[in-house]
Design a protein around this ligand. Structure first.
Ligand code: NAP
Length: 286
């Protein structure tokens, strides 16, 4: 039977390390890291994600402020807020909870965040830094996936990695990170033909397509490592589930993550770590 990689446990260990580092850094810099979160509207999912981030930030000693705006906020008002946070030296990280309402151009808002404070790693500067192998802020979910693999010393070099999903925030950066670790990477998407033939070749399979329990036992080979990024609602039970049908895939897997308790906690953990990095960088620059 496979080994379940617990994102909950790994995140707890890393958050404790971070908490201690922040206690020490405060003695040196006389303040703790500060994260500003912008939340627009009353989407239940977004509010719950932000609450999770607030709780985790407080646990590690990061000062977090959420600016919660009504749906009616204009693009200009939001831009002005980002500009003022960019100029505020006491703010190390800025996170805009996505999605934004339709009347606000998401890309325009993300592009306005100072790359130094872009703790989600979504700004074009940080995206380009990843592709050019320059120093920058890495996106949280892909970073968390690599940390999960590393936590079990799962070797990536020379392995056949298959990433199902090609979004700018998960699939594409993750594929690049796996490539940089010398995996042979295949990226699949909604137009991929014979998907099963490809996933069956994977030594490392990353499911990030956003379709509940889509990857089933007959789509993987024995000994595969499976990382399930998906967060979906099971239509029958209404419970949270991943993109992987855990029950049928688990018997084939050497290592596997679960939903919940896998990638999700690591995404938040990496957000906190990115905020700490942005904080340290701010003192290095000044
Ligand atoms: P997304 O922007 O909707 O992208 C989904 C990708 O999957 C697209 O590239 C799409 O292909 C591909 N796809 C869709 N149906 C497919 C199919 N039948 N076969 C193969 N590929 C298919 O989603 P995302 O933002 O990357 O998120 C993916 C999942 O991860 C969601 O469940 C999301 O909730 C979850 N997520 C979790 C975390 C976390 O912290 N755990 C963080 C972020 C996202 P095309 O490009 O051809 O459309």
């Amino acid at each position: 039977m496979g080994i379940i990689i617990s994102g909950t446990k790994l995140a707890a260990t890393r958050k404790e390390t971070l908490r201690q580092a922040i206690v020490e850094a405060k003695l040196k810099y006389d303040r703790v890291p500060r994260l500003a979160v912008i939340l627009v509207g009353n989407d239940v999912g977004s509010i719950s994600y932000v609450k999770g981030k607030e709780k985790a930030a407080l646990e590690v000693g990061i000062n977090i402020t959420t600016y919660h705006y009504d749906d009616s906020i204009t693009e200009k008002e939001l831009e002005d807020k980002i500009i003022s946070l960019n100029h505020d030296n006491t703010v190390d990280g800025i996170l805009v909870q996505l999605p934004l309402p339709k009347h606000i151009k998401q890309d325009k808002i993300i592009d306005l965040i100072s790359p130094n404070k872009d703790v989600d790693g979504f700004h074009p500067y940080n995206v380009a830094s990843l592709y050019l192998k320059h120093e920058g802020i890495l996106p949280c979910t892909p970073k968390g996936v690599i940390a999960l693999l590393d936590s079990k010393n799962i070797s990536i070099e020379g392995k056949r990695a298959v990433v199902v999903g090609r979004s700018n925030i998960v699939g594409m950066p993750l594929a690049k990170m796996l490539l940089d670790r010398n995996a042979t990477v295949t990226i699949c998407h909604s137009k991929t033909k014979d998907l099963k033939e490809i996933t069956k070749e994977a030594d490392i399979l990353i499911a990030c397509l956003g379709k509940a329990k889509f990857i089933t036992g007959n789509m993987v080979k024995d000994g595969v490592t499976v990382i399930d990024v998906g967060i979906n609602r099971d239509k029958e039970t209404n419970k949270l589930c991943g993109d992987v049908d855990f029950d049928s895939v688990y018997p084939h897997a050497a290592y596997i993550t679960k939903v919940p308790g896998g990638v999700g906690p690591m995404t938040i953990c990496c957000l906190l770590e990115n905020t700490y990095i942005a904080y340290l960088n701010q003192f290095k620059r000044n």
